[in-house]
Design a protein around this ligand. Structure first.
Ligand SMILES: Cc1ncc(COP(=O)(O)O)c(C=O)c1O
Length: 394
């Protein structure tokens, strides 16, 4: 190497690192170098394992998905695939499972982005969706058609925190011979491991609890290799790859997931109980409360004492009171998303459920005054104080 440009581009030979690093390096490379044309051909043809191009597979991104798979399935049978966002994971999954003319059954309370994907995008390609009460197993069964290609579910629904009867719904899917895919974002594998209840594919917006710090967007799908591989193919074809730097942040977040989740859920239980006792509150949605419709089901499906860390509180006074409650908060941030270490609150009807009028909200069991609070890692008494002060001020 004699020219400056060549030396600048190629640099010196990399130093050898004999010991394994404690933390895996970030493979911030779009492409990988082969020893020979033959090896290149073998890796491209799948005859030899290897890394070729980071939209296809990247070691740092894959390490994150592998780590999630291990949490979802400690028996190490399930495999994971990483995605650029939760929606990329959901989109790739639905595209993998549906053809033109397919039918999907999904819960009425399904996450807004999934609803939009199904009704605004996939509908244009001839995929029709029936939305039903996802907690009513009989209604779900009745909605199936011969062309139903996938049963969609959510472990915990937003913002009512209703719990899906995973074993019951899995049986419905099994009887119909179709896959049961579940968005487990609100639960995380610390609260619930859906694969153990008969679910075929588990999906997460890793942006939430898995990452845990509100500083990265990502998604993941976990399940049996044959199904997950079909989803991977769509990810490759649609470009939904998770970037290596984002993956490294997600992997770091994942190391503290169990600690964070246990603490956030315990705080949520405390906050839910305190809010339920406040005179201005007409309703609190959190499955830790015996008054929650799905309390018993949650006890059956979830890790002991954990019910998720989102608490939805409805003050008396409707829409205006909900907005005033959010405005009265000093510690809890007015911000969307959930799962991070900082607590956040949104007025449901004017944010996450903006597209629904009061009538549709009522049909979905959501009060126009509902405020969704994502409980973070602050001291529980500080959160109770902040929310109580805001309620007192209404
Ligand atoms: C339940 C649920 N699923 C999926 C998503 C989409 O995830 P992302 O924003 O990472 O695409 C979200 C985002 O809020 C969500 O709450």
């Amino acid at each position: 190497m004699t020219g400056d440009a060549t030396r600048a581009v190629h640099g010196p030979a990399p130093r050898e690192v004999r010991q394994p690093p404690l933390v895996p390096p970030v493979y911030r490379s779009a492409t990988f170098v082969f020893d020979s044309a033959q090896q290149t051909a073998d890796v491209f043809a799948g005859r030899e394992e290897g890394w070729s191009y980071s939209r296809t597979d990247n070691p740092t991104a894959q390490a994150f998905a592998d780590a999630v798979a291990l949490l979802e399935d400690p028996t190490e049978v399930a495999v994971g695939q990483p995605f650029a966002s939760g929606m990329a994971a959901i989109c790739s999954t639905l595209l993998a499972l549906c053809d033109a003319g397919s039918h999907v059954v999904a819960p009425r309370e399904v996450y807004g982005g999934t609803w939009s994907l199904l009704t605004r995008q996939l509908a244009r390609f001839g995929v029709e969706t029936t939305f039903v009460d996802g907690t009513d197993v009989d209604a779900v069964r009745a909605a199936l058609r011969p062309e139903t290609a996938v049963l969609w579910g959510e472990v915990l629904a937003n913002p009512t925190m209703s719990v899906a009867d995973l074993p019951g719904l899995a049986q419905v899917a099994r009887d119909a011979g179709i896959p049961f895919a579940v968005d487990a974002t609100f639960a995380s594998p610390v609260v619930c491991r859906p694969l153990e209840h008969g679910v075929d594919l588990v999906l997460h917006s890793a942006t939430k609890y898995l990452g845990g710090h509100s500083d990265v967007t990502g998604g993941v799908v976990v399940g049996a290799a044959a199904l997950v591989d079909r989803v991977r193919t769509v990810r490759i074809d649609t470009g939904g790859a998770l970037a290596p730097d984002e993956a490294a942040l997600l992997s770091r977040g994942l190391t503290t997931l169990p600690l964070r989740m246990v603490r956030q859920c315990a705080t949520a239980n405390t906050v839910a109980a305190a809010l339920a006792a406040h005179p201005r509150v007409v309703r609190v949605d959190h499955p830790s409360l015996p008054s929650h419709r799905d309390h018993a089901l949650a006890q059956r499906l979830f890790a002991p004492g954990l019910y998720g860390a989102v608490v939805t509180v409805t003050p008396s006074g409707g829409r205006a009171a909900g907005m005033a409650l959010v405005d009265g908060l000093q510690l809890v941030k007015r911000a969307t998303s959930l799962g991070g270490v900082v607590s956040k609150a949104v007025h449901v009807a004017t944010t996450t459920h903006l597209s629904m009028d009061d009538e549709s909200l009522a049909a979905a069991g959501i009060d126009p005054g509902a405020v969704r609070v994502s409980i973070g890692l602050e001291d529980p008494e500080d959160l109770v104080e902040d929310l109580t002060r805001a309620l007192d001020g209404l």
